[in-house]
Write a protein that binds this ligand. Structure first.
Ligand code: DGL
Length: 262
């Protein structure tokens, strides 16, 4: 039994898509979320920089008394989670592109993966791909500029539509039947993507799987919160507070959010 909060961080507001799944799966848990928007996008940074930023965020979440840390960022997970696990004595949950379910279920044997450069060029992504995608073709696309537009609050804009079309249209033409969203910002693009891709293309992200895994680890470590009081959800950003608040409104879950230097 443990009433300390679950700590979650991302390079910005995108990981709120993962937070939401956690809040739904574990409604009585308290959460603290760090949006490191000041340093977004991580996807363009070197591995060393991503590791340093992930350590900075972890230290802040430990200061805030978290009992487990969810790295709600594919780029940070694929580049830094090993170092974090070596360096800190607290459980970490990471997020990786959901290659496995796509590879196991594809009928056209072609799967598209949209992710950041940092994720697609990481060793961990290469390992996961090699493991599950041996007999299928994985077509990787770097979503350059998508995180920036989301961080600027420009989701439903013509600029976003045009950029997304330029990434997705070639995948449709190559006959993919799974589109894996390998960045925690991208679930916010699903309503636009659904209008863009034919119905036979299944769009998957890793949010629910991360929430399930968080629940399993909390239970295994016997650190689940035991009372049935609804959890509180506190958000800190070092970027634009209003943009974070606008995205949180979509969740319909009560939250509080404020600016913080970290
Ligand atoms: N949400 C991060 C991810 O899942 C975005 C990375 C970035 O900041 O470029 O990869």
């Amino acid at each position: 039994m443990n009433n300390q909060p679950i700590g979650i961080f991302d390079s910005g507001i995108g990981g709120t898509s993962i937070w939401k799944e956690i809040a739904i799966a574990l409604p009585n848990e308290n959460t603290i979320y760090l949006a490191d928007s000041k340093y977004a996008p991580y996807g363009k940074r070197s591995k060393e920089e991503i590791i340093a930023l992930s350590i900075k965020n972890t230290k802040k979440l430990l200061e805030l008394n978290c009992k487990i840390i969810v790295v709600a960022c594919n780029t940070a997970t694929t580049n830094a989670i090993k170092v974090l696990r070596d360096q800190f004595d607290i459980p970490f949950i990471g997020i990786e592109p959901a290659i496995k379910p796509a590879a196991l279920n594809t009928k056209t044997r072609k799967v598209g993966v949209l992710a950041t450069k940092g994720t697609l060029s990481s060793e961990l992504f290469a390992k996961t791909s090699d493991l599950y995608a041996t007999k299928i073709e994985v077509i990787e696309v770097i979503g350059t500029g998508l995180v920036e537009l989301i961080e600027e609050g420009k989701i439903h804009t013509s600029e976003m539509f045009a950029l997304l079309t330029s990434y997705v249209q070639p995948l449709i033409e190559q006959n993919i039947d799974y589109l894996v969203l390998g960045c925690s910002h991208y679930p916010y693009l699903i309503p636009i993507l659904r209008k863009m891709v034919p119905d036979n293309i299944i769009i998957i992200d890793s949010g629910e799987a991360v929430a399930r895994q968080t629940k399993v680890i909390l239970s295994e470590k016997e650190i689940l919160k035991q009372d049935y009081q609804e959890g509180s959800h506190i958000f800190f950003t070092n970027g634009e507070l209003q943009i974070l608040r606008d995205i949180l409104k979509k969740s319909n879950i009560p939250t509080s959010s404020e600016l913080l230097e970290f």
